[in-house]
Design a protein around this ligand. Structure first.
Ligand code: NG6
Ligand code: CA
Length: 506
């Protein structure tokens, strides 16, 4: 009797995992994990000196680790704009680092990575940092907040509007601020303060974290921010819980959509400033809050992997793990990132950091896993986040209007490890614009300031052209421009032609 029951149970048990392994579906689930300011040298499998990241390493062991993958820009807004639209951000004005009350900079209805996947039948969701603007200017934060992610291809959203260090410090879920008390409306202003509200500048005695540059306006949870806000007390996030809240929403999205193809854009906040990890990570890295925030991020990656395992989705889920730009130590708060850094090298062997046009600005960790199709290994192919749109469109059999996504190219076979080469050319945006021709890198003469404001990163501006051979000089230490005038000429022309390529008209 007992064995008959067991047999019946076995016969009735569903076998989806077996089918997935036999024949890879054309529509794997896609989880894009995008860290914020995580450096090439911050990840164990990229040779991190001071930090252990077992979960990111586990991803790399199961998948393909790219050594020459790039975001398009060394700061957040333009990098994310390119990732979602397939267009270099510098083609459009107003795509620099946005304030928290900026209007949405992606035109509603335009071709985007999520809209392409939506057409392919995916349920699409964004959880985490947005920083691409909301509304049409002059948002009423207390009403329906649109246009936003839902107008550019996401079915579900749970986001922070801009950054952790910019007001408003609240979550927006499907067009509404979460937990808002209608009797305590939120107002936001990036020019003037609201009467009676303390600021970091005027009330340093109220601060639990002090700024090193800027960050001296409204105080939320004892942390001075950029921009002014008032009201919405019940809706304010707790910085210590930010990461767990996003993680919980990401896990819930996966659980909800387990039985249909889904695309999750999980845009974590770590290790962007202000770095306020949950107490369970405090002091664990030995590198201070920045290192602790990276451990927290690594643990979140682990939870995503466990969730996929638990739901038996691992085999047919394509995970892409990357960062929006290079690392930075002091990014405007006195959080001891510099003092406690020790021998750790956030950008690894690369020159430059966030804000800079040297490789450390845009060459980022990039790992792809998809057990059903991607073989583990390392790829040296030159790839860019801007190419995900065309490549994932190809994977899912979608056509799109290339005139509105002019810079994205289909390198699906490189992303899946079926080809060892991808781009020959790539534009890199730091302060100035640089161009790659294979392993050669060219930065034209630029008059701008040598150091970025605040973080004092070496932007890459110089009164002379700069030419580097990354194959033999990954750290961009020897400027070969004087000895190779022909190559300088050729690459200057290449940069001009990229710059002048048609940009989509709105
Ligand atoms: C800078 C901020 C920095 C960070 C950055 C945006 C100051 C002094 N610096 O202006 O702290 O917020 O903008 O980072 O305010 S990003 O990753 O979103 O591009
Ligand atoms: Ca960033």
């Amino acid at each position: 009797m007992k064995s008959a029951l067991v047999l019946t149970a076995l016969l009735l048990a569903p076998l989806p995992a077996l089918h997935a392994a036999d024949k890879p579906a054309a529509k794997p689930n896609i989880v894009l994990i995008l860290a914020d300011d995580l450096g090439y040298g911050d990840v164990g499998c990229y040779g991190s000196i001071g930090l252990k990241t077992p979960n990111m390493d586990r991803l790399a062991q199961a998948g393909l680790r790219f050594t020459d993958a790039h975001s398009t820009s060394a700061t957040c807004t333009p990098a994310r704009y390119s990732l979602l639209t397939g267009e270099y951000a510098w083609r459009q004005k107003g795509t620099g680092i946005l304030p928290g009350d900026a209007a949405l900079i992606i035109k509603s209805g335009r071709t985007t990575l999520p809209s392409v996947l939506q057409k392919a039948g995916y349920r699409t969701g964004v959880v985490g940092k947005w920083h691409l603007g909301l509304g049409n200017g002059d948002i009423n934060w207390n009403g329906e907040i649109k246009p936003g992610p839902q107008e550019v291809g996401f079915d579900d959203e749970f986001i922070m509007a801009a950054t952790g260090d910019r007001v408003p410090c609240v979550f927006v879920e499907n067009r509404h601020i979460v937990g808002l008390d209608p009797n305590d409306p939120i107002r936001v202003n990036y020019k003037t303060n609201f009467p009676g509200e303390p600021t970091g500048r005027a009330n340093p005695e109220l601060l639990k974290m002090r700024p090193s540059h800027g960050h001296n306006q409204s105080i939320v949870n004892g942390i001075p921010r950029i921009g002014y806000m008032t009201g919405g007390k019940a809706a304010l996030w707790k910085d210590e819980d930010l990461s767990d809240t996003f993680l919980g929403k990401a896990v819930a999205f996966i659980e909800r959509n387990r039985s249909q193809p889904f695309f999750l854009y999980y845009a974590t906040h770590e290790p962007h400033v202000p770095r306020v990890p949950n107490p369970r990570f405090v002091g664990k890295s030995g590198l201070g809050p920045r290192g602790d925030a990276i451990l927290q991020l690594d643990a979140s990656v682990g939870t995503i992997l466990e969730t996929l395992d638990r739901l038996k989705l691992t085999e047919n889920t394509l995970i892409i793990f990357s960062s929006d730009n290079g690392p930075v130590l002091d990014d405007g708060y006195q959080d001891q990132a510099r003092e406690l850094n020790g021998d750790h090298r956030p950008a690894g062997p690369l020159r430059g950091t966030k804000y800079t046009v040297f490789e450390g600005g845009t060459r980022v960790p990039f790992i792809v896993t998809w057990p059903a199709r991607v073989k583990p290994g390392v790829s040296d192919a030159l790839v860019s986040q801007v190419d995900l749109l065309a490549s994932l469109a190809s994977l899912t059999g979608q056509k799109f209007d290339a005139s509105t996504a002019p810079d994205t190219r289909n390198y699906l076979s490189a992303f899946l490890g079926e080809s060892t080469t991808a781009r020959q050319d790539l534009a890199e945006q730091g302060g100035p614009l640089a161009v790659r021709d294979g392993a050669w890198k060219f930065i034209p003469t630029n008059k701008g300031p040598r150091l970025s404001e605040g973080a004092e990163a070496e932007v890459g501006n110089a009164p002379k052209p700069q030419l580097f051979d990354l194959a033999n000089d990954l750290g961009e230490t020897k400027n070969l421009a004087d000895t190779q005038p022909e190559r300088v000429k050729k690459m200057a022309a290449q940069l001009e032609s990229t710059r002048n390529a048609a940009s989509p008209k709105d």
